[in-house]
Each structure stands twice: as structure tokens, then as C-alpha cells.
Design a protein around this ligand. Structure first.
Ligand code: BG6
Length: 483
């Protein structure tokens, strides 16, 4: 199957923080890939804006080096690389001063789609958006893109929203959660809403429970001090896992438009029941095999911040009452793997002999690695030994089914092109972010009130024992974390 690349009209993209880590690792390599396949046209302007004084050529050299490191195929075609670098310019802009704004204004073309990407600390969102507005750069159709962390709690998220909305309308604001740009996450919507097979089963009558796992094998080495100010609940659960939960649990929107989809997601978050402390397990990896512990990496021997969370979440609505969602995420676990497992109920009456170790039907949507879908089914064990049952999986990896073009693009490629096309479906709306914080805040507060100490686990394991108990006591078990 050959995918069609539909070019987007030349645009002007201003990247604030263009010399920073995210821009060099993700944003610029993603743009390069879109250029290489012909979606981003040579007439596009990528304007780097940062506070460092720098000549255009120095900026181009920096970006060339970043591409060779983070998009190695850039080295294979010098003409293409030169073509991409040709779209770059650089302006020194003082985010909270006067320098640079008029130079930037002169570069922008009135007829081109205009987007401002704030790859900077959220403390600068308000100042930069106010300056864009004050200097006449923010046209009614221009877009502003912001990255997480979008707030630290409900109050700070509300303040950020208020800052942005002073200069931009909600339809111009693109809040990135890069999980929404992952191919399989979008496929979850296709699976649910483009097939008639699943929807009749997609409720508590037929689904026993759902497990959402985002496991990472790396720890927080190198960024422990920064990470320790947030922890897994803020860094992963409030945003990425919440998005996966919403897309799994939401009602079918009446149409595939940004607000129809986001309205349904907000309803799921608002239906989440408060989480009882007994239904949450927090963890930290301990020192093991000569490798440091979480506390070593965080640089604080006393820290109580968690780098692992497992929790049982109930959704209080007709579709899901009685079907818990178990969420689990952590650092330094056995493998890097992310999946959503929808586990179905057993048949109401079993006419065959009991099968040892039976786990039942499950639909597993794998986000990474090897994006694909697996359906666990029960069949007769082959051979003449009577009616013995066995469980097998129907496996489909997207690459096997669709060829190399299904190899996952970086989420940022899709998301940046959506910004230019003006499609907000895969971006979080302000009320959605606030609703997620309103749910997460009391959970975090309860840990502080109880002075709860995270449980320890070995690096390379599946997390703390208590996390296993969370399911065991409900007569269930987690799927293995394996690559
Ligand atoms: C980021 C978190 O948002 O997502 C990181 O801040 C985490 O802590 C990362 O490692 C995981 O993203 P991915 O795409 O590698 O699963």
C-alpha cells in the first residue's frame, strides 16, 4: 500500500526556543522528514527565535548538526538537506523585552499560514503570547503551539490558559500531548468507530476490565532533579495515560471533528470517580547491579516523589460502571512497552472441561514497540486428545499488514502538520486539561497528607509487589511487561 503525501501550502513557523533540546531532537527532525517526503514545500519559512545572539549561518550549522544526529538519513541526500536548511532563518528575540519583535514581524508573510511554537518554559507562555499580540504578529488565523508540562496542578493550568487566552482564541491554541500523535492511538479511534464488530461489545456487560500500561526501561538519569519536581502522576498519568483512557472509554462522537471528539473525552474525565488511596500504588526503583536508585538519580536521598504509579480507576457512567480501568506506568521497568489491553468477560456458561491458566479473550492494542493489534482467543487444542482448549493470539503488526510505510513516524510529524492544516482533533482543549488536573489534584494531595512513602522495586522488574496485589485482590492479574 502506498500512502499519499498531500503537500501543505508554504507556511511560516516561528520556533521560540529553537536552539533547545526539544527543537533539536524532535521538532526540526520531524520537519525535515516532512520536507524529505515532499509535504513541506521549499517556500516554507522556519524561523528560529531565541535569546542567544547568533548569525543565521551559525544557526544553520547547529541545525545541520542536530539533523545528522537525530535524523541520520539527512546525510544521505546533500541536495535535500541543503534545500531544507535553506528554509531556515534566525532572529534574536527577547521574550520579555523589546528586542527582535519588529524584525520577526518583517519576516512574516501576510498570505502564509503562521504558527508560533513555544518550545520554552511555560513561565514564558504568557509573556510571549502578549508580545506577539502587542507587536501585531498574532493575526486572527495564526496558531500558537505549546508543550507540556501544561501546569503543575489545576490552579497553574487555569493561569496558563488565562495567559494564552488573553492574546489567542481557543481555536488558535494547540496544546501538544505527543501520545495523541502516535499512529496506534489514532488507530484506536479507527478500530472503534470504523468497524461494527467492537462497539456492541464495548461496555461493562462484555468487558471485565481494561489495563493501560506505559512501561519504560530507562530511568531518570541525567534529568532526575527536574523530574523529581513532577513525578509519574504529573509527568505521565494526568496527560498521556489519561488520553489513552479517554480514547478507549469515550462515547462515539457524532462526527470526526475536533470539538465533537474533545467533547466526548471531557465527558469521560468528568465521569471519573475519586480514586481511593487504597487503589493507588506508588513506587521508586532501588539501587541494583551497580546502578543508582531513583533517589540517587533525583539527587535527594529523602525524596518521596514517585517514578512508578499503578491505580484502579472507575468511570461512573452507564457504559463502564463495574468495569475498572487499571493504569500503570513507571521508569526502569522490565521493557519499554506501551499497550491497552481490553479484557473480555468469560462466557456465561462453559460447556468444556476447565482449562488451566485460562486468561480469556483480550484485545491488545500495542502502541510501542511493534505497533499492532492482538486478539487472544480460545480454540481447540489440535490432535485427538479430546476437547481440550488452548489460547492463541491473532496477531497483526501494522508493518506486516501495510508494509514499511506503516513504520511509525514520529508523533511530532503528524502533529506539526495538523497545526498547519488547522486541525485541532489531536490537541488538548483547555477544559480537557483542567478537568484532568481537577481529577489528579486530590490524588496527589492525599499522598502528601498521608506522608505516603513510595514502595521500592528492582530495576528491570514489573514494579512494586503492591502493584501486583492491586489486581490480585480483585481476582485479576497484570499482563507481563515484555518487549
Ligand atoms: C514524556 C515524559 O512526556 O513522555 C517522559 O515527560 C517520558 O518522562 C516520555 O519518558 C515517554 O514518551 P514515549 O513517546 O517515549 O513513550
Amino acid at each position: 500500500m502506498v500512502s499519499r503525501v498531500i503537500p501543505v501550502a508554504p507556511f511560516d513557523l516561528v520556533i521560540f526556543g529553537a536552539t533547545g533540546d526539544l527543537a533539536r531532537r524532535k521538532i526540526i527532525p520531524s520537519l525535515f522528514h516532512r520536507f524529505a517526503v515532499g509535504q513541506m514545500l521549499p517556500e516554507t519559512q522556519i524561523i528560529g527565535a531565541a535569546r542567544t545572539e547568533m548569525e543565521r549561518l551559525a544557526f544553520v550549522d547547529l541545525i545541520r548538526a542536530s539533523l545528522l544526529e537525530f535524523a541520520p538519513q539527512a546525510a544521505e541526500n546533500e541536495t535535500q538537506l541543503a534545500g531544507f536548511l535553506n528554509t531556515l532563518s534566525y532572529v534574536r528575540v527577547d521574550a520579555d523585552g523589546e528586542a527582535g519583535w519588529s524584525v520577526l514581524a518583517d519576516l512574516l508573510r501576510p498570505e502564509a499560514v503562521r504558527a508560533f511554537y513555544l518550545s520554552v518554559s511555560p513561565t514564558l507562555f504568557g509573556t510571549i503570547s502578549a508580545n506577539l499580540s502587542a507587536h501585531g504578529l498574532a493575526s486572527p488565523d495564526s496558531r500558537i503551539v505549546v508543550e507540556k508540562p501544561f501546569g503543575h496542578d489545576l490552579a497553574s493550568a487555569q493561569a496558563l490558559n488565562a495567559d494564552l487566552r488573553r492574546s489567542f482564541d481557543e481555536h488558535q491554541i494547540y496544546r501538544i500531548d505527543h501520545y495523541l500523535g502516535k499512529e496506534t492511538v489514532q488507530n484506536l479511534m479507527a478500530l472503534r468507530f470504523a468497524n461494527s464488530l467492537w462497539e456492541p461489545l464495548w461496555n461493562s456487560t462484555h468487558i471485565d476490565h481494561v489495563q493501560i500500561t506505559v512501561a519504560e526501561s530507562l530511568g531518570v538519569e541525567g534529568r532526575g532533579e527536574y523530574y523529581d519536581r513532577s513525578g509519574a502522576m504529573r509527568d505521565m498519568v494526568q496527560n498521556h495515560l489519561m488520553q489513552l483512557l479517554c480514547l478507549t472509554a469515550m462515547e462515539p462522537p457524532s462526527k470526526f471533528t475536533p470539538d465533537a471528539v474533545r467533547d466526548e473525552k471531557v465527558k469521560v474525565i468528568e465521569a471519573l470517580e475519586p480514586v481511593e488511596p487504597a487503589n493507588v500504588v506508588r513506587g521508586q526503583y532501588r539501587a541494583c547491579d551497580g546502578q543508582g536508585s531513583y533517589r540517587d538519580h533525583a539527587g535527594d536521598p529523602q525524596t518521596h516523589t514517585e517514578c512508578f504509579v499503578a491505580m484502579k480507576v472507575n468511570i461512573g457512567n452507564w457504559r463502564w460502571a463495574g468495569t475498572p480501568f487499571y493504569l500503570r506506568t513507571g521508569k526502569k521497568l522490565r521493557a519499554r512497552t506501551s499497550e491497552i489491553a481490553v479484557v473480555f468477560r468469560d462466557p456465561p456458561h462453559m460447556i468444556f472441561p476447565k482449562m488451566e491458566g485460562r486468561r480469556g479473550n483480550a484485545l491488545i492494542i500495542r502502541l510501542q514497540p511493534d505497533e499492532g493489534i492482538t486478539l487472544r482467543t480460545t480454540i481447540k487444542e489440535p490432535g485427538p486428545g479430546g476437547m481440550r482448549l488452548a489460547e492463541v493470539t491473532l496477531d497483526m503488526t501494522f508493518v506486516d499488514a501495510l508494509g514499511p510505510q506503516a513504520e511509525a513516524q514520529d508523533a511530532y510529524e503528524r502533529l506539526i502538520m495538523d497545526v498547519i492544516r488547522g486541525d485541532q482533533t489531536l490537541f488538548m482543549r483547555g477544559d480537557e486539561v483542567e478537568a484532568a488536573w481537577a481529577w489528579a489534584d486530590p490524588v496527589i494531595a492525599s499522598w502528601h497528607e498521608a506522608r505516603q512513602v513510595p514502595s521500592l522495586y528492582d530495576a528491570g522488574s514489573s514494579g512494586p509487589e503492591d502493584a501486583l496485589m492491586l489486581l490480585h485482590r480483585d481476582g485479576r492479574r497484570w499482563r507481563e511487561i515484555e518487549a
